[in-house]
Design a protein around this ligand. Structure first.
Ligand SMILES: [Fe+2]
Ligand SMILES: [Fe+2]
Length: 220
């Protein structure tokens, strides 16, 4: 079995992630590069561990988290499918067919709001990825450019992000602090409703409920 450590050292994977970040920053997207994928890998592994998934599934979740956005340098549209196929190209023959198919399925389904959640690694990846909303994800420093784009505005407004897993109550909670002087909560919903619905669907697959708390106000 391959480990996250090996994947993180693979020059092809690192190149794909870096190129994806460069490509998206050209269009003023938020961070989809190394900081984002490291955070998603860490959060996915922690979630998998806390909810009692096996060591192997924890590692697969972390690997899927690290590689999930690397298809963006080919095309933003369908980046999830490109990413899954790139993973196969790099690791074909170095990973068991079962582990390969689990990771490919997770990467390929992380961004499709209408897709069914098909395996636990996929569910964990969706929760780890969609909950990454934070001020530091905004790469552009120019306030005027930030204000022009709703994704940048909404991420910039989030001053605190906590992801809390409670196995006893079977509850996964995303707690956000939003600077409402910068962006109204309604705007947050304009962007994040679909993502939160996806998180709820993923949590349900794992046998959990999902809650969203914004500025101490429970919304979902
Ligand atoms: Fe993505
Ligand atoms: Fe992502």
């Amino acid at each position: 079995m391959i480990s996250l450590k090996e994947v993180q050292k693979n020059p092809y994977i690192l190149e794909f992630i870096e190129k994806s970040q460069k490509t998206l920053s050209f269009y003023h997207y938020t961070d989809h590069g190394i900081d984002h994928v490291k955070l998603v890998a860490k959060r996915a592994k922690e979630l998998a561990r806390k909810i009692g998934m096996s060591k192997r599934e924890q590692e697969l979740s972390a690997i899927a988290g690290f590689c999930h956005d690397m298809g963006n340098f080919i095309d933003r549209k369908n980046h999830e499918h490109w990413g899954a196929l790139l993973f196969q190209t790099v690791f074909d023959g170095k990973i068991s067919p079962e582990d390969l198919s689990i990771i490919m399925q997770a990467i390929a389904n992380h961004d499709d709001y209408y897709a069914k959640v098909l395996n636990p690694v996929s569910a964990v990846l969706i929760l780890a990825d969609k909950s990454d909303v934070r001020r530091s994800r905004v790469i552009i420093k120019d306030r005027k450019i930030i204000e022009r784009d709703i994704h940048n505005r909404v991420n910039f407004a989030v001053t605190n992000n906590k992801f809390v897993i409670d196995p006893k109550r079977k509850l996964i909670t995303l707690k956000l602090k939003i600077d409402t002087s910068f962006v109204p909560v309604m705007e947050y919903f304009e962007i994040f409703t679909q993502r939160m619905v996806q998180c709820r669907k993923a949590a349900k697959f794992l046998g959990y409920n999902f809650a969203l708390i914004i500025n101490n106000f429970k919304l979902l």
